[in-house]
Design a protein around this ligand. Structure first.
Ligand code: SF4
Length: 256
């Protein structure tokens, strides 16, 4: 089934205008209200959440669960996560009562063709991220008009101007926690007795795939341990590569 058969052909410029208008009108609201607005009024059943079940993911997931615990939550199961991340995911599903967590896997055909030994991250990290994250992400969010993330401005200098509402091609991405600081997150976790990711106490402050994640030193960007020692700072699911892939993806029965 072609994507155009799933969603109306929405004009990208009008979506960009819509995102700017939403940011101007609602971007300053409290995060809980932004989530309510998005789920209950703006996008109804056409919105999902993308979560890494990483260091601070419990905060956004708790807020989501309080608004609607059946909101679809997309987890990119790259096959390269720490076992602690998978255990943390299962614990949060149980404790927060999340009923629609979707594990999204890379295409078997891509893994067989491009990463038969599971070591592509050693030779071509961009391609590894593409087949394990970008393509699966595009496939996962394609049925929705919008999705939410837990990204924050403070996490890295590259995210300093992160808005709450932004356009990604013909869809809207919402970052309800964009302006939260580390202290806000910690206070929320304490107030709601939320479990920390087990690796946080070992110095990991942003947690992705095991081969590409290291602990960080005090004073470093929170994301400095991701792809450390390389120029790479993002996996691509938040960059233009996703927009291109979303525009081109063809949703066949076999890859849904
Ligand atoms: S973060 Fe590393 S292991 Fe994970 S998909 Fe990207 S390159 Fe591959």
């Amino acid at each position: 089934m072609a994507l155009s058969a799933v969603l109306p052909d929405t004009d990208e410029k009008s979506v960009a205008d819509e995102a700017r208008a939403l940011e101007a009108r609602y971007g300053g609201l409290d995060s809980r209200l932004i989530i309510e607005l998005a789920i209950d009024h703006l996008f109804n059943e056409e919105i999902a959440v993308v979560s890494s079940f990483g260091a601070e993911s419990a905060v956004l997931l708790h807020l989501i669960s309080e608004v609607d615990h059946s909101t679809p939550i997309i987890f990119l199961e790259t096959g390269k996560h720490f076992s602690a991340t998978l255990a943390h995911r299962d614990r949060l599903i149980e404790e927060l009562g999340l009923t629609d967590v979707q594990n999204v896997y890379p295409l078997q055909s891509s893994l067989k063709r491009e990463d038969p030994f599971g070591a592509l991250s050693m030779t071509d990290k961009d391609r590894c991220c593409y087949i394990r994250k970008v393509e699966p992400m595009a496939r996962a969010v394609a049925p929705y008009r919008a999705w939410m993330t837990g990204r924050k401005q403070f996490q890295a200098s590259t995210r300093a101007a992160l808005p709450v509402f932004e356009a990604v091609g013909s869809r809207i991405r919402i970052n309800p926690l964009a302006r939260w600081q580390t202290a806000d997150l910690q206070a929320y976790m304490t107030a709601h007795d939320l479990p920390a990711h087990p690796l946080v106490e070992k110095g990991y402050r942003s947690i992705g795939c095991m081969p590409c994640t290291k602990p960080v030193e005090d004073g470093e960007d929170q994301r400095a341990g991701r792809w450390a020692g390389t120029d790479k700072t993002e996996c691509g699911i938040h960059l233009t590569g996703l927009t291109d892939t979303l525009a081109n993806i063809s949703l066949t029965e076999s890859n849904l």
